[in-house]
Design a protein around this ligand. Structure first.
Ligand SMILES: [Zn+2]
Length: 388
């Protein structure tokens, strides 16, 4: 059982990992050399298991006077990246480059300002380039005694062996459907039916489940995506479906980034004195804005990719359910709201073709990871899905 009012409460279905972190925490506060705090951790787990939430919770627990109450100024500041001793590295681009790591290392070379721990959370350690990983290696090998590194990655194989051999490994698991549903009902006040639906179709990915349950446009978009497999009667229809899919994911990604992009630019311009003196920005302002715009562009591209990947995963659940119907095992059907359509589809398509379609979806996701253009991926995919 977790203690009420603790940052660890936010981690759903990760009791084992929480226990390990709590033990490390209590060891860290004792002045016992044999119980020395581990300075480098590698937190792995499938998407949605809460890797970055676990890392953030641990960071908060390390710097909070009450070991992670979740409400004190230290805990709050850590959460909003405003704590002097907590550095959260979120990657907006496709990789973390060696220059970024070098900059980071100079920033964290100082002793913690509050006298406790300095914590670096790296959410996407799998995106480190090889030279960036090597630069980081030195820091992990000779840790400043008060710096703790929390690296997150999907699996152990996503980081270089040299890095992973120097980290203590913490494995997270996919939480159960029941656990995710319960959290949505208890913490987000979602009605049980919607919570159950969101948990099921998100396949226990807590972040996606919460987003879906609380965002009407996401529910609408998902409905449209799930109709696509039913609209592939001809080659022309397949190309049309591909365009619909790309338009949908692009709009979805832009909706969430436009506002943020604008605010970021305004803030930066302000920092360079725009509007304050009636004159233009201070020297370097225009260049900084240009750099920020470049970063934002790369982030938008990544968001479109993430959004498309989510849609492809959703479509995969359709074919998965068709396969279940064909093999008469429907207890764990995901899209129960489409039962009729799925049954009709299952009856009119040979089962070997369904496996090919699921393979095509997997291939499309892999190509997305290789940076192929979303529309090209989508068109190739829909043509394959349109085959009988
Ligand atoms: Zn606190």
């Amino acid at each position: 059982m977790s203690i009420p009012g603790s940052v660890f409460d936010d981690l759903v279905g990760q009791e084992h990992a929480i226990e390990i972190l709590r033990n490390a925490l209590s060891a860290s506060s004792k002045d016992d050399a044999s119980q020395e705090m581990t300075h480098a951790w590698l937190i792995t787990g499938p998407p949605g298991s809460g890797r970055s939430s676990a890392a953030l919770a641990f960071a908060q627990a390390l710097i909070c006077p009450k070991k992670g109450c979740g409400t004190c100024p230290d805990c709050n500041a850590a959460k909003t990246s405003g704590h002097a001793d907590v550095e959260i590295i979120r990657t907006e681009g496709l990789s973390i480059k060696v220059e970024e790591i070098r900059e980071l290392l100079t920033r964290v070379a100082w002793a913690p300002s509050m006298g406790g721990w300095r914590v670096v959370v790296m959410e996407d350690a799998d995106r480190l380039t090889e030279s960036a990983a090597n630069a980081l290696l030195k820091a992990i090998e000779e840790p400043g005694t008060r710096t703790v590194w929390l690296l997150c990655a999907p699996t152990l194989h996503d980081v270089l062996p040299t890095i992973r051999s120097r980290c203590r490994h913490l494995q997270l698991h996919t939480p159960s459907l029941e656990a995710v549903t319960k959290v949505l009902v208890m913490r987000e006040n979602i009605v049980p039916e919607l919570a159950d639906f969101a948990a099921r179709v998100s396949q226990s990915h807590i972040g996606r489940a919460k987003y879906l349950a609380t965002t009407e446009s996401a529910q609408r978009n998902r409905k449209l995506v799930m109709q696509l497999p039913l609209q592939l009667g001809s080659l022309a229809a397949a190309f049309q479906a591909a365009q619909i899919l790309v338009d949908l994911v692009t709009t979805e990604a832009n909706e969430s980034s436009d506002e943020r992009d604008k605010k970021e630019i305004e803030k930066l311009q302000e920092a360079y004195g725009k509007g304050a003196t009636g004159r233009g920005m201070a020297t370097g302002g225009a260049k900084a804005v240009k750099e920020l715009e470049k970063e934002q562009k790369s982030r938008s591209a990544r968001m479109v990719r993430d959004s498309l990947d989510g849609a492809l995963l959703d479509m995969t659940t359709f074919y998965r359910d068709v396969m279940m119907v064909q093999s008469s095992t429907t207890e764990s059907m995901i899209n129960t709201d489409m039962r009729d359509e799925i049954e009709r589809y299952a009856a009119s398509h040979p089962d070997h073709s369904i496996i090919l379609k699921i393979n095509a979806l997997m291939e499309a996701r892999a190509n997305l990871g290789r940076n192929a253009a979303p529309l090209v991926i989508s068109e190739a995919l829909m043509c394959q899905l349109a085959r009988k």
